[in-house]
Ligand binder design. Structure first.
Ligand code: UGA
Length: 504
């Protein structure tokens, strides 16, 4: 994490300006098509509109207000706008409510219903609307196009449209066409925020990428973020759009790699945690993003990798390497379920079966699950590996008793979230999870009468449970720890049959 600081501009680390005449002060790197132009910090705030109040829009708007700009935020959902106007945020995101309230108290952050109401005075309009995944894996641009159509007649001349939504390469041109305004410029400014740490990522970005044919417009967008200590990279639009997809594809590939190495460790009797240490000390590899787990998920990595495969295909390039990373991820879900089946078989087997293991059968079993969100620190269930694994457990005949700190309270709320799960893509012909997944108010009661407990999200609180009580709740002392969150030696001392990922 970077230190906070308000002085300076860009280029404090990372990419340096290319122009040899540059003395080395704050500056920007312009991609190979651009001239090197000094970017200086803002003296004055600008009028900005941010359209779409979701995981990206809210932190972006609150950060821009924090940096001194006057920001009008719009969403089509009046309930969301009422909540935000009252200083509350509709998502679990550490520090976000405080940042929103800071902006409101300073008079620099306000919320309105509908994009049109926000854009009339704006010099910059940030598009932060969803780009859901289409049936063929492509990103669906319809929200972006709808907003562009809606705001086009209301923009003042010389407005710069900043596209932050993750869109297929070439979409900046599509937005330009939909707007149909020669006096308005569109630039691409991909976001690199992680859910759960979006505020910190937004206030202390490592890089700002701006892509446009009009390099002066791109530089103006870069200037909006003066006050952060990020490297600024200015490119053409297609390159900026590609950087976004390539970043997420790289991260996904890294995770599939480490999950595959974990599988290898199990096969050869090595310990993946030490293997990662041995890898990470090599600075070219590093320690980040190398925790093996139940597979990667969330609203971004699965969608963006599928979209990139599709984009490549359309362009005539077979990105088989990335397809391999996606396939490895699918295998990881199955591998976790297999671990549960094997552990349950061990715990319930007769001596004859122990001599000739069957691989396990979950029909009629009750399995406790700790964690449903796609990672800790968020309440987001979209494309959660935990949900994928729950679906597979249910498809194998198990009933799942789940606890998640952000999902399980109160009962009524959980019911609707379970409905949300069953509406997500189904696996193994499971049409509805409502009857097969039940919510519990805490980690202990979720284990009552269960044959095994499976750790699927790395919530820290699971490490500090009273495991002697967990033992009493379970029918058989089986733990499958798909996040390597617990200490195997300690769990075995308690008497658990412990299975982790890539370690004994
Ligand atoms: C991801 C990227 O990390 C952000 O840089 C990007 O801006 C964002 O997508 C986006 O495109 O908007 P996010 O979806 O919040 O962020 O999730 P990650 O923190 O990347 O985690 C993705 C998945 O990988 C989760 O299921 C997580 O549990 C898993 N993971 C992550 C691991 O299994 N091991 C790790 O070491 C790290």
């Amino acid at each position: 994490m970077r230190e906070t600081g308000s002085s300076g501009g860009f280029g404090g680390s990372g990419i340096r300006p290319r122009d040899s005449s540059d003395p080395g002060g704050p500056g920007a790197y312009f991609g190979h098509r651009g001239a090197a132009v000094r970017v200086l910090p803002n003296a004055h705030g600008h009028e900005i509109a941010v359209i779409g109040m979701g995981y990206v829009g809210i932190p972006t708007a609150a950060t821009l207000a924090h940096l001194g700009h006057r920001v009008t935020c719009a969403d089509s959902d009046p309930d969301k706008i009422a909540l935000l106007t009252g200083g509350r945020v509709p998502i679990v995101e550490a520090g976000l409510e405080d940042l929103v309230r800071e902006g409101q108290a300073a008079g620099r952050l306000r919320f309105v219903v509908g994009a049109t109401a926000a854009v009339a005075d704006a010099e910059f309009v940030f598009l932060c609307v969803p780009t859901p995944q289409g049936d063929d894996g492509s990103a669906d641009l319809s929200y972006v196009e709808a907003v562009a159509t809606e705001i086009a007649p209301h923009l003042r001349p010389d407005t710069i449209i900043v596209n932050k939504s993750t869109v297929p390469v070439g979409s900046t041109l599509v937005v330009e066409r939909v707007l149909g305004r020669r006096d308005v410029t569109v630039v691409s400014n991909p976001e690199f925020l992680r859910e759960g740490t979006a505020v910190s990522d937004s206030l202390h970005p490592e890089r700002i990428v701006v892509g446009a044919d009009d390099q002066a417009a791109a530089a103006k967008v870069g200037e909006l973020f003066a006050g952060t200590h990020a490297a600024l990279l200015i490119t053409d639009a297609a390159t900026a759009e590609t950087i976004k997809y390539a970043s997420n594809a790289f991260l996904a590939t890294k995770l599939s790699f480490v999950n595959a190495v974990a599988g290898l460790c199990e096969a050869v009797g090595a310990d993946v945690r030490d293997v990662i240490l041995g890898l990470g000390y090599d600075k070219r590899i590093g320690f980040e993003f190398l925790r093996p787990g139940p597979g990667w998920g969330g609203s971004c990595l699965p969608k963006d990798t599928a979209a990139l495969v599709h984009i490549a295909e359309e362009a005539g390039y077979d990105f088989s390497f990335l397809r391999g990373a996606i396939a490895t991820n699918e295998e990881q879900f199955t591998r976790v379920v297999d671990k549960v089946k094997q552990a349950v078989a061990r715990a319930t087997a007769t001596s004859v079966e122990l001599a000739a293991p069957t691989g396990g059968n979950l029909a009629g079993t009750v399995i406790a699950v700790w964690g449903l969100t796609f990672k800790a620190g968020t309440d987001d269930l979209r494309n959660s590996p935990a949900v994928e694994i729950v679906k597979r457990l249910v498809a194998e005949g198990a009933t799942v008793q789940a606890f998640d700190p952000t999902v399980a309270v109160p009962d009524g709320e959980f019911s609707s979230r379970v409905a949300e799960l069953s509406h997500a893509d189904t696996v193994g012909g499971v049409a509805s999870l409502d009857d097969s997944v039940r919510a519990f108010p805490d980690a202990y009661t979720a284990c009552e009468g269960a044959t095994a407990v499976v750790v699927l999200t790395e919530w820290d609180e699971f490490r500090w449970l009273d495991f002697s009580q967990v033992l009493k709740c379970l029918v058989t002392p089986v733990v499958v720890d798909a996040r390597n969150l617990l200490d195997p030696a300690q769990m075995r001392r308690f008497g658990f049959d412990y299975t982790g990922i890539g370690r004994r």
